[in-house]
Design a protein around this ligand. Structure first.
Ligand SMILES: NCc1[nH]cc(CCC(=O)O)c1CC(=O)O
Length: 319
């Protein structure tokens, strides 16, 4: 039993971040009725710089730094993140104490005029700022004009509604959390757009030495989801990719096997490297963790053998 009486959750203030923080607040409150769970809202660098492509301002790490500072200074005890936005290597002294059950990992097609990606006319304007979405969609539809699209989910939908784009792509899970599933025309098949590493999963960051909080978070962890995202993140780490890179990675567990698909693309959509690997998991948690990470490394190596390192080096140089 915990001796904690209060738990503070650091959160960004975008509607999606607030939804996620409130969701975890409610789950903790249900598990521990006598615990007081507070939200500590804050503004991050990433929220302030809205007009520059993320790749040029250092990637998504900018959305988590202030939250991590609050953890270090004990102004907060946990931070709730879309795992997709969490850098592959965490700063010293912080850890992910729980990986929540993954929701729908797909990308969603949103348009006011067209029912699907296939229905878009030649040369249509498609909004996304994700290099991963861009390179996969360009591979499938080289004729489309990809236009940068930043801002939180509501802002992006408003830009679509203002007529700046014929269609946009957003994560299904973000729209679902915000009650906006009616905006989704269809979900992209993973054959066309393989999701981002960690997409659709929430992760909870805390201090590595905070045994009380780690114990408290345990029931929120979903072990199959954790193993899948560990494989994906091990692949990304081995590719030395950050969050803002044309890398896709998606793992599933079926019949005791972990199965990981990975992709690296050139931004022009002309090259899209693909690799996959699977291996049997075991009963032991630690051993399964190592198996999952090893699968990630095998997929990364297979991508590197096809030239992924050269594609990524080019992108870092241009960025
Ligand atoms: N890039 C911002 C971001 N970070 C997490 C999500 C969606 C939720 C998730 O993937 O868990 C989104 C929105 C989007 O990509 O459309």
């Amino acid at each position: 039993m915990t001796t904690l009486t209060t738990l503070n959750i650091a959160t960004r203030q975008s509607p999606l971040a607030l939804w996620q923080a409130e969701h975890i607040q409610a789950r903790l409150q249900a598990l521990y009725p006598s615990l007081t769970v507070n939200l500590v809202p804050m503004v991050t660098q990433g929220d302030k710089i809205l007009d520059t492509p993320l790749a040029k301002i250092g990637g998504k790490g900018l959305f988590v730094k202030e939250l991590e500072q609050a953890l270090y200074e004990k102004r907060a005890d946990i931070a709730v993140h879309s795992l997709k936005d969490v850098p592959m290597v965490l700063p010293e002294g912080l850890t992910l104490g729980a990986y929540c059950e993954r929701e729908q990992p797909t990308d969603a097609f949103i348009s006011n005029h067209y029912a699907s990606l296939d229905a878009l006319p030649q040369g249509a304007k498609l909004g996304t700022s994700s290099l991963r979405r861009q390179c996969q969609i360009q591979q499938y539809r080289p004729d489309l004009e990809i236009i940068s699209l930043r801002g939180n989910v509501g802002t992006r939908l408003a830009k679509l509604d203002a007529g700046e784009y014929d269609a946009i792509i957003l994560a299904t899970s973000g729209l679902t959390r915000l009650g906006l599933t009616d905006r989704i025309r269809h979900e992209l098949d993973t054959h066309i757009s393989l999701p981002a590493v960690g997409q659709g999963a929430l992760a909870i960051e805390c201090r590595s030495d905070d045994a009380d909080v780690l114990a408290l978070l345990k029931p929120l962890n979903d072990e199959p989801s954790r193993l899948c995202v560990m494989a994906e993140r091990a692949m990304n780490r081995h590719l030395q990719g950050g969050c803002q890179v044309p890398i896709a990675g998606f793992a599933t567990i079926q019949n005791g096997q972990i199965y990981l698909q990975g992709r690296v693309g050139s931004v022009d959509g002309k090259t899209l490297l693909k690799a996959e690997h699977h291996n049997a998991l075991v009963d032991d948690v630690r051993e399964s963790e190592q198996i999952a990470e090893a699968v990630g490394v095998v997929v990364a190596e297979a991508l590197i053998a096809q030239g992924a390192d050269k594609i990524l080096a080019q992108i870092y140089q241009d960025g």
